[in-house]
Design a binder for this molecule. Structure first.
Ligand code: HEM
Length: 466
């Protein structure tokens, strides 16, 4: 790898000032430095490609398996650490023929970008727009200006973004209990939890919470959305399926029209959002994002099963909770710690809406900004137990003050379900650990080396309930 001085080239093709047509900026400070071609290639090969291969909008089972088998996620973090050593705090441009693309290496820059969303750092980046337009073309995440403001406010309002306990939390807890009970009934007397039976129950819960009991068994809705997400993984490389999108939205409208009390659809029915809120697209996003929440719940249960001392604490917590309104701080902490180790949104993208100044130069309007989350969350200097499961870290600690802890991003663009996800996942897990002790059947060697693997392949997890 080249030394920073050699790497800091500012002319030439592929990601430099001249390559991106910046030579016309009179009196402008130089653009931020670019990586060497070799480092850029290494980044695309070892960080970007494996992440993209696993599937951004819906995970590809075979690629997750490959990633786990070859330890590609750890290799990606190691590559990022090497880049930090070579280029210091950055940011640094990754050479490419399309547009200036900056990689952030310092947590202070991450904080700045997230805090200054959506302007000058818009979440509606070109690649995100190309992908999400397959199934939710008007979602807040890829909107701008007043439309974004209205859609974001709608999300915050219905999801009770700022409140640890959603106003419908009691009903959601009851729903989690019922769906876990149904799951345990279905899997019989020698129960084994697999991703297949876990996600079925989780999705039933998700549909009931979002759309009401009338959507409980509408598996076709989830399947239709999964097909569109599969195409969205290819972003602009495949054409959109208008017919499938219309079918999804028609199905969704029928459920929303019921406005069932006790569900998020029921809350929407009491509001008067304007047409610009594009309700169907926001609700589609909630249904989609419930799957990563389920993946996280499954992983958290697996980690608990592999850590008997932590599992004891979780059991102690659920055994003393008799009031459904009380919180589950330890189980919530388990969910946050799982998201630190295994963030389900590994890449946060932004696009600049104007020229921005940095400690080492400027970035023109329209530049891409890339934050690779696992690198920041497994940083050994910040987290002494970076590769271990330590839920206790999060007890009494506001995650917003633990930067760079960014599984939900942060600032004004933070996931509006950053409170709801831990609530639902903790409730679902409480219903399981209250009834059973959980043992890991697969993967057998999760903690054997004392260092958790970079990938936890949820598709292959098997948990025994005893
Ligand atoms: C493990 C579960 C989840 C994780 C890790 C997660 C993470 C994130 C992240 C990182 C973003 C920001 C993306 C960006 O800036 O490009 C985001 C946005 C968003 N999430 Fe989540 N999310 C999860 C589940 C959910 C759920 C269950 C819902 C809804 C019920 C939801 C609703 C949203 C919405 C509406 C946005 C867009 C916010 C905006 O436009 O500013 N998320 N989420």
């Amino acid at each position: 790898m080249a030394a920073p001085t050699e790497a800091a080239g500012r002319t030439g093709m592929w990601g430099t000032a001249r390559g991106h047509g910046l030579q016309g900026l009179s009196n402008a400070r130089a653009t931020v430095p670019a990586m060497t071609l070799r480092d850029s290639f290494g980044f695309w090969l070892k960080v970007a490609l494996p992440t993209w291969n696993k599937g951004i909008l819906i995970r590809r089972r075979s690629m997750v398996r490959v990633s786990a088998g070859l330890d590609l996620d750890n290799a990606a973090v190691a590559r990022m650490q090497a880049l930090r050593e070579a280029y210091g705090d950055g940011p640094v441009l990754i050479r490419n023929p399309i547009r200036p693309q900056a990689l952030l290496l310092a947590s202070s820059d991450v904080q700045r970008v997230l805090n200054q969303t959506p302007d000058p750092f818009s979440p509606a980046s070109s690649e995100k727009r190309a992908a999400l337009a397959h199934f939710e073309p008007h979602v807040s995440l890829i909107s701008a200006g007043p439309e974004r403001a209205e859609r974001r406010a709608f999300n915050d309002q219905v999801l009770d973004s700022a409140r640890p306990m959603h106003r419908l939390a009691d009903g959601f807890r009851a729903c989690a209990e019922q769906e876990v009970e149904a799951l345990l009934h279905d899997i019989g007397p020698a129960p084994e939890l697999t991703w297949a039976n876990f996600i079925e129950a989780w999705s039933r819960m998700a549909r009931r919470i979002i759309l009401g009991d009338g959507a409980r068994d509408d598996r076709a809705l989830t399947d239709l959305l999964a097909r569109l997400r599969g195409r969205a993984n290819w972003a602009f490389m495949v054409p959109k399926r208008r017919g499938a999108l219309e079918a999804l939205q028609a199905r969704l409208s029928t459920h929303l029209a019921r406005g069932e009390p006790g569900s998020l659809a029921g809350l929407i029915a009491t509001m008067r959002p304007g047409a610009a809120a594009a309700i169907a697209d926001q609700v589609t996003h909630w249904l989609f994002a419930m799957e990563p929440a389920g993946i996280t719940a499954m992983r958290a249960l697996t980690l608990l099963a592999a850590h008997p001392a932590e599992a004891e604490k979780a059991q102690a917590e659920v055994s003393v909770i008799d009031n459904p309104g009380s919180d589950l701080p330890y189980l919530r902490a388990c969910i946050l710690e799982t998201l630190r180790l295994y963030p389900t949104t590994p890449v946060i993208l932004r696009q600049t809406t104007q020229e921005t100044a940095w400690s080492n130069g400027t970035l023109p309007s329209g530049s891409g900004i890339l934050i690779f989350v696992p690198y920041f969350q497994r940083e050994e200097q910040r987290y002494p137990d970076a590769h271990r499961f330590r839920p206790i870290t999060w007890l009494g600690l506001d995650p917003a003050h633990a930067t760079p802890f960014i599984p939900f991003s942060g600032g004004p663009g933070i996931c509006p379900a950053h409170n709801l996800v831990p609530l639902l996942a903790a409730s679902f897990l409480a219903a399981i650990v209250r009834r059973y002790r959980v043992a890991v059947h697969q993967p057998v060697d999760l903690v054997s080396s004392g260092r958790l693997p970079g990938t936890l392949d949820h598709f292959r997890v098997r948990l025994g309930l005893g």
